[in-house]
Write a protein that binds this ligand. Structure first.
Ligand code: P6P
Length: 338
């Protein structure tokens, strides 16, 4: 019989054996996991749940919100505000932070999330997911948005839950990456993989090719070499995958290697990239690094970037070490030749 380790036992042992996570952080992660189960149930209903389609609203990014974006956001807020483990939350779907109401005790953690990443895929039944990042609230009286502006290296925990053929929770608290698969009969997440490792080499890249004419030179050079394959400088053929849902693409890369690229492009030159630093790039970067991969914006380690704004964007290259390092070397060459 397969010895099943459920999420609770995994976290209790992390707390008890290596004292790696304090009780409040364990509680936080269990509450987030429970919220993800509820989101999974809503997502899995699809049209039967009358939750499909767009809401009549836009988020802070100016993007049309899907009904499930709002539902997922509300599930995470409601699940986390009463437990006493959090001081406040920040979300892609909310302009400002959500401070835990006075009727509840405030805790020492800050939770950031993209409640339903890839929501453009909801109506076409393609994998989507929840991305979350946990920070420790700095000392001081009243929590503020400024408290959330911490570099990714300060994270206490990071993870995502992908709602695909399986519902899978992927988590790090700084000592490796663990994977939990939702056992729907038990209603619990079961540990199905520990200490995930990304191969340093890969033949698979993930990028939205329709943006090619807008990229800068180092990215154009890198992708053109991948496409030239064994006929070109790389001397090997590459394959391309692009789901259009970061959670799905990064999960594939964590599982079998690859490089994910969402670079700056000249369509909106004032923006460093499309993806958000604090609740998308930072948690994904920590998971990738914990699995032996690399995550940069082409010039800097993503987790070293000091956020200036809660919803600021960043250029993203992450995955198999040798491929991401190659992109960085092309940026370095371009800078030295400038
Ligand atoms: P594009 C989803 O909207 C998202 O934020 C990421 O999940 C995904 O990787 C990216 O945008 C897809 O962007 O421009 O290819 O639709």
């Amino acid at each position: 019989m397969y010895k099943k380790t459920y999420l609770t036992r995994y976290l209790v042992e992390k707390q008890r054996i290596n004292g790696h996570i304090p009780p409040e952080l364990r509680l936080l992660l269990e509450v987030v996991a429970r919220a993800c189960k509820r989101i999974s149930q809503a997502v899995n209903k699809g049209p039967l749940g009358e939750v499909m389609g767009s809401a009549d609203s836009e988020n802070v990014q100016g993007e049309i919100q899907k009904k499930l974006d709002i539902i997922a956001n509300e599930v995470l807020i409601e699940a986390n505000e009463w437990g006493g483990h959090l001081a406040a939350m920040a979300s892609e779907e909310m302009e400002g932070i959500h401070v835990v109401p006075n009727r509840y005790p405030q805790g020492e953690y800050l939770l950031l999330f993209d409640p339903l990443d890839g929501s453009s895929n909801i109506d076409v039944n393609v994998s989507i997911g929840t991305i979350f990042s946990v920070l420790v609230k700095p000392e001081g009286a009243n929590v503020s948005e400024q408290d959330f502006l911490q570099a990714g290296v300060k994270q206490a925990a990071a993870g995502y839950c992908v709602y695909g053929p399986q519902t899978t929770l992927v988590l790090t608290v700084g000592d490796g990456v663990a994977v939990f698969t939702l056992d729907r009969e038990q209603g619990s997440f079961v540990l199905t993989q520990e200490d995930l490792k990304i191969p340093e080499d890969t033949k698979e890249f993930a990028v939205n090719m329709s943006n090619q004419r807008h990229w800068d030179a180092p990215v154009t050079r890198y992708i053109n070499e991948c496409i030239a394959g064994s006929d070109g400088a790389r001397g090997k053929d590459f394959n391309m995958r692009w789901v259009g849902s970061m959670v799905a693409d990064v999960h594939r890369i964590l599982t079998r290697g690859g490089i994910f690229l969402y670079p700056w492009d000249k369509r909106e030159p004032e923006k460093p990239g499309k993806l958000r630093l604090t609740y998308e790039a930072n948690p994904m970067s920590w998971l990738v690094e914990q699995a032996g991969g690399v995550a940069t914006d082409g010039k800097h380690r993503i987790m070293d970037i000091q956020p200036a704004q809660l919803h600021e964007r960043v250029s993203v290259f992450m995955g198999s070490k040798n491929e991401v390092d190659r992109v960085s070397s092309y940026y370095a060459e371009a800078t030295s030749q400038a």
